[in-house]
Ligand binder design. Structure first.
Ligand SMILES: [Zn+2]
Length: 344
């Protein structure tokens, strides 16, 4: 006897005698009072954990990872908010999800000691919060307000949630950008110590972290200020029929060296040309500005009067620079922002 069908007649009703034999008369009577589905009713698959009974991959994932259910959605929304740089969001997500390759997670690494202090085991919580280098950076950071109570947290997520709870909403994005910059800076210093034997210079690590953090702040301001100001200089935010050429520009930056790339496509002739060069820049943000400026110069030199420029640089506080460029020989200038990319 394996299923309900074994206790049923051919017409789909209960086989009362058999039910009584198996379960006894009192319980059997109760069972036989249960309404049966019509025999021609087809079976359907139902995902019980969803109100509509429909299974999706996301629902399946949530059921086997109950800690990442909907109750966490506001936390993750904050982490993946537009105001946090995509690369920082990714690193914070890796840290919270336990996929950052600290020594405690590397089964094949026998020596679990933190290479920066050689006292505690290297965990994400230790290296980015508790180790002396991390503590010094947090202490001298714009977010030095967190007392020792946060140091009693046992997981990265608890730590992060605790810190975010203490912050006003308008500072949470900045905080996550700072944390992302700190993760990068400390991890780079840790790797240079392990693989190149380079001693940790906390002040240098701190300066590098603050520089990256400032780049994020400048980029964020660009989002809110320039986006609105330039809107007036462009027709409905669209590439107009007057546009002769569409220009895409981007920049890479590392330790004072910038690589600029400009691509141009005529809207009518479909002529395409590419330009690239190396130059000096103090920061990733400056490199992005130089790429835009260079794109405008090339367009003017090539004789175009109306140009649309697409750049994922979120141009910043130097608003007057941009506005002064409007006196450039170019007659029409349109800024188009493609989706965010991991560009600096
Ligand atoms: Zn340590």
């Amino acid at each position: 006897m394996k299923s309900i069908a074994d206790l049923s007649n051919d017409d789909g009703s209960w086989n009362t005698d058999l039910v009584h034999d198996v379960f006894g008369v009192p319980l059997g009577d109760k069972i036989c009072k249960i309404d049966r589905l019509p025999v021609d009713h087809n079976d359907i698959l139902v995902w019980k954990e969803a109100g509509d009974g429909i299974f999706t991959v996301k629902r399946g994932f949530q059921s086997i990872h109950p800690t990442q259910d909907n109750s966490d959605s506001s936390f993750w929304k904050l982490i993946w908010n537009q105001s946090t740089h995509f690369r920082h969001s990714t690193n914070i997500w890796r840290l919270v999800s336990g996929c950052f390759p600290t020594r405690d997670r590397m089964v094949f690494v026998a020596d679990k000691a933190c290479p920066m202090c050689d006292v505690e085991n290297e965990t994400a919580l230790h290296i980015f919060w508790e180790c002396h280098c991390a503590r010094a950076i947090w202490f001298s950071s714009p977010f030095a307000c967190f007392g020792r109570n946060t140091m009693t947290m046992t997981t990265v997520k608890d730590m992060l949630q605790g810190m975010l709870t203490c912050l006003p909403n308008d500072l949470k994005g900045n905080f996550l950008n700072f944390l992302g910059s700190l993760i990068e800076g400390v991890w780079r210093a840790r790797n240079e110590l392990i693989f190149k034997g380079k001693r940790i210079n906390i002040e240098a690590v701190r300066c590098a972290i603050l520089r990256k953090y400032n780049d994020c702040l400048l980029a964020g301001e660009a989002d809110s200020t320039i986006g609105m100001s330039i809107k007036q200089a462009r027709a409905g935010g669209k590439i107009t029929s007057a546009t002769e050429v569409v220009v895409v520009c981007d920049a890479s930056w590392k330790e004072g060296e910038a690589g600029l790339a400009v691509g141009m496509m005529e809207t009518r002739g479909k002529k395409i040309c590419w330009f690239a060069k190396k130059t000096k820049a103090e920061s990733a943000a400056e490199a992005e500005i130089k790429a835009i400026r260079w794109a405008m110069d090339i367009a003017a030199k090539e004789g175009y009067a109306a140009v649309a420029i697409a750049s994922d640089a979120m141009i910043h506080y130097e608003l007057y620079h941009i506005l002064s460029w409007l006196d450039h020989p170019l007659r029409v200038l349109i800024f188009v922002r493609p989706p965010r990319q991991n560009n600096f």
